[in-house]
Ligand binder design. Structure first.
Ligand code: HEM
Length: 324
């Protein structure tokens, strides 16, 4: 059940989260990864088409509350936007009976590495002073080269509203008859995508993405389609670094509508852990090893940051963390 995580010598959540910290140490009180972000509320408008694959109530037609957070894949809450290649979306959908579907997705079309151990090795190598460390890592994890190609070549955007956010990890949808379907999903923007370069993003300023999404949402709701992709026999479900072949059947299950930008520091995202294993009946984890490892690491990060409340008070004058 604990996937060996309690055995001595194995990769543990504590070691994994410690490895995320930059050489100067973690930013106390903040998420240990994806530390820079901005919170929002809205709704998920389910069109009911996902009910063919999953009996989850949130995939039956209806409108359900959504809480989420756009973020940058960095341990530094003050990182300039153009220095961070990976952007993320944490999302919680709530069914009328209170059942939750939490997810945390990113914009690359595949993950840089195949296993949680390789992610740990990447973090360790990238923070190492040994000039050979990254060379050794890349030799042992050739899939990372594909990610480097994406990171160097893929266009940037000037808005979170123009980014697609991908589950990358495979999950199992269970339908009303009990049949199981391996899927991945993406939230695909309805906004027109205008590619830019990293130099153009730099010129827009270090915190452009937060300022821009606040302005854009203030001028009108922003939308993403939930596109579910069905695996075919033989498609790898245990390795998020491997894309599935083109042409797989997809279902557009509904629309995420971002209606209001919320305060990041004092807002409703602060005390949420977007743990990707918090799933409603009708959605389950697959043989992908990441969600279990992520769940343990996110809990460790959550426990650390919520115990560091004096370093991240709810407002400028609070010293105890008590919400005013
Ligand atoms: C073993 C691999 C991974 C580790 C150790 C890891 C670690 C973490 C940690 C510690 C956090 C902060 C949690 C918190 O304090 O609430 C986080 C947040 C996040 N992670 Fe991961 N992660 C991993 C893989 C992934 C993958 C595969 C994805 C996407 C497909 C992803 C997307 C995100 C996103 C979007 C957030 C921000 C969620 C929020 O806004 O709270 N991570 N990650």
């Amino acid at each position: 059940y604990t996937a060996g995580w309690l055995s001595p010598g194995r990769l543990t959540p504590t070691r994994l989260v410690a490895a995320l910290a930059p050489p100067g140490g973690p930013a106390l009180g903040h998420r240990r990864n994806h530390a820079k972000g901005i919170c929002f509320t809205g709704v998920f408008e389910s069109n009911g088409k996902g009910a063919e694959l999953s009996r989850a109530g949130l995939l039956a037609a209806g409108t359900y509350p959504a809480l989420g957070r756009f973020n940058l894949g960095t341990a530094d809450p003050n990182a300039p936007d153009a220095t961070v290649r990976v952007r993320g979306l944490g999302l919680q959908l709530t069914a009328p009976d209170g059942t939750l579907w939490r997810a945390a997705m990113i914009d690359p079309p595949f993950f840089p590495v195949s296993t949680p151990q390789a992610f740990y090795d990447l973090l360790t190598a990238s923070h190492s002073k040994d000039p050979e460390a990254m060379k050794g890592f890349i030799a042992a994890n050739p899939e990372f080269g594909t990610f480097v190609g994406w990171a160097k070549g893929a266009p940037w955007t000037a808005s979170y509203a123009e980014d697609a956010f991908n589950s990358l990890n495979a999950f199992i949808f269970v339908d009303a008859s009990g049949a199981r379907h391996a899927v991945r999903w993406s939230y695909v923007p309805q906004a027109t995508v205008t590619p830019i370069t990293d130099a153009e993003l730099t010129a827009l300023g270090p915190d452009h993405l937060e300022q821009e999404i606040a302005q854009r949402v203030a001028s009108g709701p922003q939308r993403w389609n939930l596109v579910i992709t069905l695996a075919e026999a033989g498609d790898p479900t245990n390795d998020p670094s491997k894309v599935w072949p083109a042409g797989r059947r997809t279902i557009d299950a509904g629309t995420l509508v971002v209606q209001k930008i919320e305060d990041e520091r004092d807002g409703p995202c602060r005390d949420i852990n977007f743990d990707p294993t918090i799933l409603p009946d009708g959605i389950a984890v697959s043989d992908d090893p990441f969600p279990a490892a992520r769940s343990a690491a996110y809990a460790r990060s959550f426990n650390l940051r919520t115990s560091e409340v004096k370093d991240y008070p709810y407002n400028a004058t609070a010293t105890t963390g008590a919400k005013p």
